[in-house]
Design a protein around this ligand. Structure first.
Ligand code: NAP
Length: 288
């Protein structure tokens, strides 16, 4: 039985601190302007997992003093209806951030719906504007999960400049932006995906490994470079990540647990970015 040697990167604790700071800032904005930060959530249909995610996000908002406005559209909603709904929220000065829960269903043009979010309200970091800002290293909203991953690496003092980071997965909301953010911090980045030949050869060269696949226990301890830093963003049925935790923890220096690693940081970054958006729109600078 392999003995764990890795230190845990505790996303729950870091998220608690991040959310507490966001709550303080939300209170300050409300006190100074008489208006609470507001996040609008948009849900199409009644997929049980999506309903649960939206409920969790709304509950969290209320706990930190962010007003939550929910718009539920029927499964039959068209792309045009969804784009109109999001366009109206983008134009509404009482709404400071917009989150479209995805996936939205195969009959809807998801990209068109995301692009209806005004850039200054894209607190989930899903628009092309936000993606480009991440790519150029300019100020803007980051995708929440990749932003949370970088915050975890920073909180645990992980040096990125000059290190080889391997990101497994290239989805637009997770793998690709994570690689962009790591590149922006001077890591040498390799992307792997379903067409990558000889995945183990790439994994073995990773100083920092980010698993963002959605395949339970795809990555084993034997694949890792000894002392690697392992971030497991995968979340599969049964609370199982993409990394086989026990064997990986015996070889890594730092590792995120599943659950309690990346997941809590995603919502923390969403709340932080919502409060930041509200502060800018309501004219309360962060240093005030
Ligand atoms: P996705 O859109 O399905 O993307 C999965 C990626 O993995 C794709 O790029 C795919 O390659 C790649 N892939 C699939 N099989 C592979 C294999 N055998 N070897 C190497 N790469 C492979 O998924 P996602 O939305 O990025 O989510 C990925 C995981 O992260 C899921 O478990 C999801 O639940 C989790 N997640 C967690 C959070 C959080 O807050 N913790 C947030 C978002 C997602 P191709 O591009 O070639 O198809």
């Amino acid at each position: 039985m392999p003995q764990p040697t890795a230190r845990l990167m505790d996303g729950t604790a870091l998220a608690r601190r991040t959310i507490s700071a966001a709550a303080d800032r939300a209170a300050e904005i409300t006190r100074r302007t008489g208006t609470a930060p507001c996040l609008a959530t948009v849900l199409v249909g009644e997929d049980p997992a999506s309903v649960t995610y939206v409920r969790m996000k709304r509950n969290r908002c209320e706990q930190v003093g962010i007003r939550s406005l929910h718009v539920a559209l029927p499964t039959t909603a068209s792309t045009a209806e969804l784009v109109d709904t999001i366009g109206a929220l983008s134009a509404d000065p009482a709404v400071h951030g917009i989150l479209l829960q995805h996936p939205v269903g195969p009959h809807i043009d998801e990209r068109a719906a995301f692009e209806a979010i005004a850039p200054e309200k894209d607190v989930d970091g899903v628009t092309m504007h936000s993606f480009a800002a991440m790519g150029f290293g300019l100020p803007g909203f980051v995708s929440c999960t990749p932003g949370g991953i970088l915050r975890l690496l920073d909180a645990y003092g992980v040096e990125l400049a000059g290190r080889h980071a391997v990101v497994v997965g290239r989805s637009p909301i997770l793998g690709k932006p994570t690689g962009l953010l790591l590149l922006g911090r001077d890591a040498t980045v390799t992307y792997c995906h379903s067409r990558t030949a000889d995945l183990p050869a790439h994994l073995a060269r990773a100083d920092v490994l980010v698993a963002a696949v959605g395949r339970p226990r795809l990555i084993l301890g034997e694949h890792l470079k000894p002392g690697a830093v392992v971030v497991d963003a995968g979340y599969n049925p049964g609370n199982v990540g993409d990394v086989d935790f026990d064997s990986a923890a015996a070889r890594a220096s730092l590792i995120t647990p599943v659950p309690g690693g990346v997941g809590p940081m995603t919502i923390a970054v969403l709340l932080e970015q919502t409060v930041h958006a509200a502060g800018r729109q309501l004219g309360v600078p962060a240093t005030a």
